[in-house]
Design a protein. Structure first.
Length: 260
């Protein structure tokens, strides 16, 4: 009986360890876009920083050298340049004179992170000893800005590896209503969990105010519990193509907006 129990325990531990390879990234750091003002007047520029950590909206910041790209899409579909004003701060390169809905998009530079018994290494697992887990992360961020009295559609994909798309402009929402969203992974509908929270909800690590699930069409609903600045987050993992180099390919997407 003891042998049977021990064997069962070992199997359970092994299964938990394997599931950890593909689910453990839920505790990974994630980025988001912070805006000084989500509804600026026409003629103003947009001031931006990139949050980083587990405690939205508090935590660290990503530096400009950490970003692969950052840009803004105007209501007419054209790209507006975004420039860095310091190591941690960004600003639209020109004043936003056209009223309407703008989309800010950014992507962190992809990178490896390998956890070993001696600590973490920002590299793949080739040549390392006592490897626990390796992940290659792709992290994407978006934010919605409504300039002046203009509103408009915000459901244009920007082509990120994983992205959250709002199917209704948050400027039209009020507390208690539902926000329809769609999630794409490599441009195709993603079925999985989505998490949402608002600034001030909690100071605890990885705590969200609302959780929902997207269907096969990638669509889901987030209930807006109260006014404020909100963030939606989703994530997914696939086995890394070369298991000798790394274990998982990790995708994280976030989107921030304001409901008044």
């Amino acid at each position: 009986m003891l042998r049977k129990t021990t064997k069962t325990t070992i199997i359970l531990i092994a299964l938990l360890g394997m599931s950890g390879l593909f689910c453990g990234q839920a505790q990974a750091h994630f980025p988001w876009i912070n805006l000084a003002d989500y509804t600026p007047e026409t003629g103003q520029s947009v001031k931006i920083s990139i949050g980083w950590g587990h405690h939205y909206p508090f935590g660290g910041f990503l530096k400009k050298e950490d970003l692969e790209n950052i840009f803004l899409i105007a209501p007419n579909g054209t790209k507006v340049p975004i420039i860095s004003t310091s190591v941690l701060e960004f600003e639209s390169g020109e004043s936003l004179v056209t009223p309407g809905a703008y989309i800010i998009a950014a992507k962190r530079k992809p990178g490896f992170y390998t956890k070993t018994t001696e600590g973490g290494k920002r590299q793949n697992k080739v040549g390392l000893k006592n490897v626990i887990r390796c992940s290659h992360s792709q992290m994407c961020m978006k934010a919605i800005v409504n300039v002046g009295d203009g509103k408009g559609k915000v459901d244009t994909p920007v082509g990120q590896p994983m992205e959250i798309i709002l199917l209704r402009n948050p400027v039209d929402l009020r507390a208690g209503e539902y926000l329809p969203v769609r999630v794409l992974l490599h441009g195709k509908p993603f079925k999985g969990r989505i998490f949402a929270t608002y600034a001030g909800f909690s100071t605890e690590k990885d705590v969200f105010a609302y959780t929902a699930t997207t269907g096969r069409n990638g669509k889901g609903m987030i209930r807006i519990l109260q006014p404020g600045v909100w963030m939606i987050k989703t994530e997914h993992q696939d086995p890394y193509p070369d298991s000798k180099k790394c274990d998982v390919e990790s995708y994280i997407a976030t989107l921030t907006f304001e409901v008044r």
